[in-house]
Structure formats: structure tokens, C-alpha cells
Design a protein around this ligand. Structure first.
Ligand SMILES: *Cc1c(COP(=O)(O)O)cnc(C)c1O
Length: 385
């Protein structure tokens, strides 16, 4: 074994998921932060660039934006965590669009642009109730007026982020949207209209009708592009990532044998135990010890014992055909069976985001394009969120 396993990234599924968003939204800001949720930001961005519907990419930190630019990605990139003073020259140089939410960075950016006789687009972030980044709704008009007055700044966008769009109870999400819409009309009345006003992450995009949201000309999907949604729904999406591991060894143990560190599992009958080539150092959570499920020979089999740093044991008594060197599926589909990042997340009380982002620091990624009808992908039902 040269590596812990392999990750297959299905670009056809990515493009399918993008189309699902595009059915209703013209302008898409594709969120590719955290290495595109573990899918590889450069390759994902290139694939999305080939798709005419992407208006912009979104990243969290400057290095993420610069590696996209270095790879030749020319789309506008929104830097969503602000423009720290020491990063301004590079932000301007690489033509990154920063999200701004305080007067100081706005002034510093304006001064830099004036000195260098340049102009750039910015988006202003307002906190309508997330309690994270953003100028307060009350202070937003002043900040936006200031931005308009600064040399070189073009206020292209106004955004906010919803705290609760994935909950059953959408009342607070509705409240946030109404504060946002209120601000937007106030700005329009004051002669400060903003071209792109955006608030919708994947969960909000899936529930726009229920949210009763009016016009959303620009949306910011992340998770759903990769085939998952938090809070349910998403049957029309196709998971993009498939994680596979190899079988390193298989042994038969009699009943009563302790398996792995701490003997947290003891065989209750004669058992065939396979050692797979993935562990917590590859992002397979320790919390899946004695809880996880993998696919072996197209069947669901349980993780037994503690997940180790480099290996995880599974009980393959029910899969006599499985041999050393065979592949097992850790996340994704195999034949008709499927284990999703969302299912694993539920099993170990986390969220699919953390599972996807965590996988793969040590596992090489391969880019493939499956057809939706091939046995290894999910059924392709019509769009219905
Ligand atoms: C991460 C992020 C998104 C995307 O969220 P998903 O839930 O993955 O769709 C959208 N907007 C902002 C500001 C984000 O930080």
C-alpha cells in the first residue's frame, strides 16, 4: 500500500448538483473554502469555471484565494472573512473581492487604492443575527455610505449569513431575512442601491419557498454542491466524494477475542475481521469506533473496536468473498449500498461538513466523471428540494 486509500471526486455529480441550483438561480457564488470541503478547490473551481452558471467563488482565507489564482482560476473570488491590513496589497494584486464589515479596513483599503490608482469591488457584510462577522443593521447604512465615498471602492454586494436555516423552525431565519430586506430597501430609498444582495447558503436555498424569501439574485451554495444538505431534503443531489480504503489483512478469530486498542470490542462468535487502510489520521473520526459502517463486497459491515491512527477494523464475517487487497468503501456508494457523510456524521454526533472537510489530508484524490445511470452513483430523481 502506497497510501491510505483513494478519494474519487465525481465531477459529473458536481456539475449535476450545480445544475440543481441553477434551475432557480441565475447567479451562483460557489463556496470552495476549506479546499472545497475536502474535494480539492483548484479542480472543483476549474470544473465550475467550465460551467457557465458560476458567477463567483467564495473562500474563507487569502491563501485559498491565492492558490486558486496561481492555478489560473480567473473567476471573481469573494474573500469572506475580511481584509486585514497586512493582506491588502496581495488582495488588490490578486484581484480578490473582500467582504468588509468595519470602518477601519474600509479606510485602509481606500487609502491603498488611492495611492496605487486602482479600483476594486467589495461586498459589505451585515450581521442580522448570526452573532459572527458583520456590521450591525443599525450601523450598516453609515458604513455603506462611507464605502461609497472611499476612493476606488465599488460596493458590488451586500450579504448576511443565516444562523438557523437548517432548523425545522425557520422563524429566526425569516426574521433575519426581513431585517436584511428592510436594510436593503432603506439603502435603495437613500440612493445607495446595491447590485447583489445575498444571504442564502445551501440550507436556505433548499427552503426558499418555506422561508418566503423574495428576490435572491445571488446564492452561496457550499455543501449542496458536494451532494449533501444539513437539515434533510436533497434527494435530487448526488454525493461527489467517494472514499475507499484497502483491505490490509483478514483473520478469523474465535468468540471472546478482544479487537484493537483497549479491547473495546470482543467477538461474540467466530468472526472474520478485516483491517482496512484508513484511520483517524485520514480524517476517519475516532468517534466512529464501534459505530461506523463501511461497504465491503457491496454490503454494509460494522466497524469493530477503536479506530486507529492508520487503520480501522471491520467485521466481514458476512462477506466471505472479500480478499486482502480488495477495496472497501468508507464514504459513498458501492453497488446498491450507500454510506453517506451525513450518516457517518449522525453516528458520531457531528455534521457532514466536518466529515467531508476532515477526510483526505493523506489520501490522494482522483477526479472522475461518472454517468448518473452507472451502478455506483445514486439515482437521479427530478429536482425537488
Ligand atoms: C460556508 C459559507 C457558505 C456556504 O454554506 P453551506 O451551508 O455549505 O451552503 C455560505 N456563506 C458563507 C458566508 C459561508 O461562510
Amino acid at each position: 500500500m502506497r497510501s491510505a486509500g483513494k478519494i474519487e471526486i465525481d465531477l459529473a455529480a458536481l456539475s449535476h448538483n450545480l445544475r440543481q441550483v441553477r434551475i432557480r438561480h441565475k447567479n451562483i457564488l460557489a463556496v470552495v473554502k476549506a479546499d472545497a470541503y475536502g474535494h480539492g478547490a483548484v479542480e472543483v473551481a476549474r470544473a465550475l469555471t467550465r460551467d457557465a452558471g458560476v458567477f463567483m467563488l467564495g473562500v474563507a482565507y487569502l491563501d485559498e484565494a491565492i492558490s486558486l489564482r496561481s492555478a489560473g482560476v480567473a473567476l471573481p473570488i469573494l474573500l469572506m472573512t475580511g481584509a486585514p491590513a497586512d493582506q491588502i496589497p496581495e488582495i488588490v494584486h490578486h484581484r480578490i473581492t473582500p467582504v468588509l464589515f468595519d470602518a477601519q479596513s474600509l479606510t485602509l483599503l481606500g487609502q491603498y487604492l488611492e495611492t496605487h490608482r486602482q479600483t476594486m469591488n467589495v461586498h459589505i457584510k451585515v450581521d442580522t443575527g448570526m452573532g459572527r462577522l458583520g456590521v450591525s443593521v443599525a450601523d450598516a447604512p453609515d458604513l455603506i455610505r462611507k464605502a461609497h465615498a472611499q476612493y476606488g471602492l465599488r460596493v458590488e454586494g451586500l450579504l448576511t449569513h443565516l444562523a438557523d436555516a437548517d432548523l425545522q423552525d425557520l422563524s429566526f431565519a425569516r426574521e433575519q431575512i426581513s431585517r436584511f430586506e428592510g436594510l436593503r430597501s432603506l439603502l435603495a430609498r437613500d440612493g445607495l442601491p446595491i447590485r447583489h444582495c445575498h444571504f442564502a447558503n445551501s440550507a436556505a436555498i433548499m427552503r426558499l419557498d418555506t422561508l418566503g424569501a423574495a428576490d435572491t439574485d445571488l446564492v452561496r451554495p457550499g455543501l449542496m454542491l458536494y451532494g449533501y444538505v444539513s437539515g434533510g431534503g436533497g434527494r435530487s443531489l448526488r454525493p461527489v466524494m467517494r472514499v475507499r480504503a484497502r483491505v490490509l489483512a483478514i483473520r478469523n478469530f474465535p468468540a471472546g477475542t478482544g479487537i484493537g486498542y483497549g479491547h473495546t470490542y470482543t467477538t461474540s462468535r467466530e468472526s472474520r475481521i478485516a483491517v482496512t487502510s484508513i484511520g483517524y489520521a485520514d480524517g476517519y473520526p475516532l468517534a466512529l469506533s464501534n459505530k461506523g459502517v463501511m461497504l465491503a463486497g457491496g454490503r454494509r459491515v460494522p466497524v469493530v473496536g477503536r479506530v486507529c491512527m492508520d487503520m480501522t477494523m471491520i467485521d466481514v464475517t458476512a462477506v466471505p468473498s472479500l480478499q486482502v487487497g480488495d477495496w472497501v468503501t468508507v464514504i459513498g456508494a458501492e453497488g446498491d449500498a450507500f454510506v453517506g457523510a451525513d450518516e457517518l456524521a449522525r453516528l458520531c454526533e457531528t455534521i457532514p461538513y466536518e466529515i467531508l472537510c476532515g477526510v483526505g489530508s493523506r489520501i490522494p484524490r482522483h477526479y472522475v466523471s461518472s454517468s448518473p445511470s452507472s451502478g455506483d452513483s445514486l439515482g437521479d430523481s427530478p429536482a425537488e428540494f
